[in-house]
Design a protein around this ligand. Structure first.
Ligand code: NAP
Length: 342
């Protein structure tokens, strides 16, 4: 189990079951890392748990052009690593571990790690983000990792010189297609409508790129091949005609679902599983905050995730340092803990 320790961390704290932190952050994307930076700088004993790699979905973006401060854009992995280094310098402890259970009600929050160790915290910042959505069609699971991927930056190189397809019409699909056009022979975007959801600047670049074509009004119906993916079957949504598109790789970019199932019995969420929290990131439970893509909000970007992280850590710090212990606010979203207890 990898453990990364920031300059001011106390390593002994990590190895003991029953450890108690002031703040535990679950999820190491931009929201979690920024929360960690702010919490550590505020002098709170803080642990960040990340089950895979830090940086979240931002770390899989080839090139990020709309994060402020980088006039030529910045690579997703590069940005993620810089965020982690900065937080570690401030004293954040990052532990590579999944969480199998959360008990978030009451003053003492219990977090059970995969493997069974239990740690406790006074405050928990939920920053688990979202997972890429699946198509659910025939062959998707079978060819996953054998031609079907959800990460162009991770798996695009294996498609060198081949024809590839990207499913979806949002920013992720557009960025994936542009990235793959530098590697693949040709890239076909398969989109279910006749208009892309992606930002205009990206759309313009897609349309100008001779190595990218767009198959409008089509959905994927099957992934086919033998050992590896060889083709996809697509269907015209208007006349239901089906066509076979030979491709060596397919990159699925049809959105994401919040990774919130572990908290669903205690924390209020909307129908899609996004956590309901106010602008101050406080949830229905005292001492529990929601930051980043898992929160119901109008704009999910790296910059808004980072902003949430900063707000969540600051709210946690205020609640821990300046307020008496509180009861959970089961009432609902829209009522801040402040006003309930005022
Ligand atoms: P998204 O914006 O939700 O777009 C998903 C796309 O997939 C949409 O075009 C949607 O079609 C299509 N789709 C959804 N379900 C489908 C299905 N079952 N079959 C076929 N097509 C389906 O997702 P995203 O592109 O992953 O972006 C997620 C969030 O991250 C967004 O807020 C986005 O702005 C942000 N993001 C930002 C950047 C950036 O700014 N640099 C980069 C990547 C992502 P419809 O259009 O018809 O709904």
């Amino acid at each position: 189990m990898a453990v990364y320790i920031g300059s001011k961390a106390k390593p002994a704290r990590l190895t003991q079951p029953g450890d108690n932190f002031e703040v535990v952050i679950i999820g190491g994307g931009p929201a979690g890392l920024t929360a960690g930076l702010y919490a550590a700088r505020a002098g709170l004993s803080t642990l960040l748990l990340e089950k895979t790699f830090t940086g979240g979905q931002a770390a899989t973006a080839n090139h990020v052009e709309n994060y402020p401060g980088f006039d030529n854009g910045v690579g997703g992995p590069e940005l993620a690593m810089a965020m982690e280094r900065q937080a570690a310098k401030a004293g954040l402890v990052v532990r590579a571990s999944g969480v199998s259970r959360m008990e978030l009600k009451g003053d003492v929050k219990r977090i059970t790690l995969e493997g069974g160790m239990v740690i406790t915290a006074k405050a928990v910042i939920l920053a688990m983000g979202a997972r890429p959505r699946k198509t659910g069609v025939r062959g998707e699971a079978e060819f996953s990792g054998r031609g079907v991927s959800w990460c162009a930056t991770c798996d695009g190189f294996a498609m060198k010189g081949k024809n590839a397809a990207v499913i979806g019409g949002g920013n992720t699909a557009a960025e994936d297609a542009l990235y793959l056009s530098g590697i693949c022979e040709h890239v076909t975007i398969v989109h279910r409508r006749a208009e892309l959801r992606a930002d205009r600047s990206l759309v313009r670049r897609l349309l100008e790129n001779p190595k990218i074509s767009i198959l409008w009004d089509h959905v994927v119906k099957a992934f086919e091949g033998e050992e590896k993916l060889r083709a996809i079957e697509v269907e015209n949504v208007t006349n239901h005609e089906r066509t076979r598109l030979p491709v060596g790789g397919v990159f699925i970019a049809i959105g994401e679902d919040p990774d919130t199932s572990l908290a669903k019995d205690e924390v209020k969420m909307n129908r899609e599983g996004y956590v309901l929290a106010d602008e101050d990131t406080r949830t229905n439970l005292a001492g529990v905050y929601a930051a980043g893509d898992l929160r119901e909000k109008p704009l999910r970007q790296i910059v808004t995730a980072a902003a949430d992280g900063a707000v969540a850590a600051t709210a946690a710090m205020q609640d821990l340092r300046f307020k008496a212990p509180e009861h959970d606010n089961e009432a609902a979203r829209g009522v801040s803990v402040h006003s309930v207890n005022a």
